[in-house]
Design a binder for this molecule. Sequence first.
Ligand code: TYM
Length: 341
Amino acid sequence: MDTNAIPTPERKKVIFSAIQPSGTITLGNYLGAIKNWVALQDDYRCIFALADLHTITVRQDPAKFRQNALQAYALLMACGIDLEKSLFFIQSHVPTHAELAWVLNCYTQFGELSRMTQFKDKSTTHADNVNAGLFTYPSLMAADILLYQADLVPVGADQKQHLELTRNIAERFNGVYGNTFTVPDPYIPKTGARVMSLQEPTRKMSKSDENVNAWVAVLDKPEDILRKFKRAVTDSEACVRYAEGKDGINNLMGIYAVMTGKSYEEIEREFDGRGYGDFKAAVAESVIAHLRPVQERYAQLIKDKAYLEKCYTESAQAAQRISQRTLDKAMKKIGFIKKAF
Ligand code: TYM
């Protein structure tokens, strides 16, 4: 990828997205985000990051954090991120992110940050550590996106509010200083945007859920995937159909639809007159088959630390060059003295 190309009106549209290496990567992350990242690589100029600076808003064990980050990097590569087409770097390796985040903090209102539902949720679940980083997290996320002049940001539905705030920050800054940042649009898939917990299907599937039966990890063994789907909470109607109030079945239908490419009507016909047991097994099998090649590639990649290091280093160097231009532009507009070295 030509990382020095100057953005022009004819340029390919830019995509930016990121994921936190905060533990297991779930089927929710995969269907809501990663699968789309991979699909978009041919048509867009894609820049992806492992958002490790975001992860320390929740206290991490150092050795585990390091291990999780490398594993997440390898796993995303195994999912199909292709460095011939895209950049994929580690956020903490590119200092412009933290620098622009500080600047944007000064253009983000306390009231706006207070309204973020993720902040409200996390300050309840981590009540002993409601730190300033947890509060200002959306300005760092805005910096991630705006540094690359991203047009589109593929995310799951849970990130929509943060994206709206990013747009507001960009518009506010542009309003004061003239056009500086591209105002990004969210790219939220129609199916898979909100994969729900298998145990409490009114809540999103989350890797931080202590009940391991509530989520499926991309690296789960086939027998675990089967067990988790078999135990998935459904309803007593025993009819596979998409309808209000059937949250468990709706969720399984959503997963099966993305895995097989079938519409809800086709799925309803396929399981007409059959019980939930058959349906759950079919969903599990479709997920197992889809994840098998990813798991095989991961097993190879994680052994090759030198290759992974080469990949994230080269991407970070390119990301640094691109993002520095935006940071310099923003700082100049604000009135900072230009660095002479
Ligand atoms: P994170 O790490 O929580 O999740 C990564 C991506 O996975 C999506 N996702 C889901 N999609 C569907 N169903 C679910 N149950 C589910 N759970 C997670 C998320 O929407 C996300 O797209 N703040 C971000 C990371 C980030 C970022 C950014 C994203 C940092 N900077 C800039 C976009 C642009 C986060 O914590 O995602």
